[in-house]
Design a protein around this ligand. Structure first.
Ligand code: ZN
Length: 97
C-alpha cells in the first residue's frame, strides 16, 4: 500500500479571496487591533520636512490592516501609518525664476 500524504485534510492554507465589496481582514480579526483612525500613508520630504498624504486604494488599506497584525507579543495596535521619504518637487527643482 502506498503511503498517504501527511498533509492534514483540514490544513489547507487560508487564502484571501477577493470580495465583491470589501476584502476580508482575516489576520486583523485574530489579534487585538482597535484603530483610533483609518490606516493612512504619507510622504515626508527629507530636505524641508514637508508632509503630504498619499491616496490609498482598498487594496492598499487592506495591506496596511494586515500589517497591523504583525506586532510584537503583548502589544496592542491603535494606529497604522505608512511613511515614505524622499524630496518634494520644490526641493528637487529649486525656487522658480
Ligand atoms: Zn521639500
Amino acid at each position: 500500500m502506498a503511503p498517504r500524504s501527511r498533509r492534514p485534510r483540514s490544513g489547507r492554507p487560508k487564502t484571501l479571496r477577493p470580495a465583491r465589496s470589501r476584502p476580508p481582514i482575516v489576520a486583523v480579526r485574530a489579534v487585538r487591533v482597535n484603530l483610533t483612525e483609518d490606516p493612512h500613508a504619507h510622504i515626508v520630504c527629507r530636505v524641508c520636512g514637508r508632509i503630504q498624504s498619499i491616496d490609498l486604494t482598498e487594496l492598499d488599506r487592506h495591506f496596511l490592516e494586515e500589517l497591523g497584525a504583525h506586532h510584537p507579543d503583548g502589544w496592542s495596535v491603535d494606529g497604522i501609518a505608512y511613511s515614505l521619504t524622499g524630496a518634494c518637487r520644490r526641493c528637487r527643482e529649486g525656487p522658480a525664476g
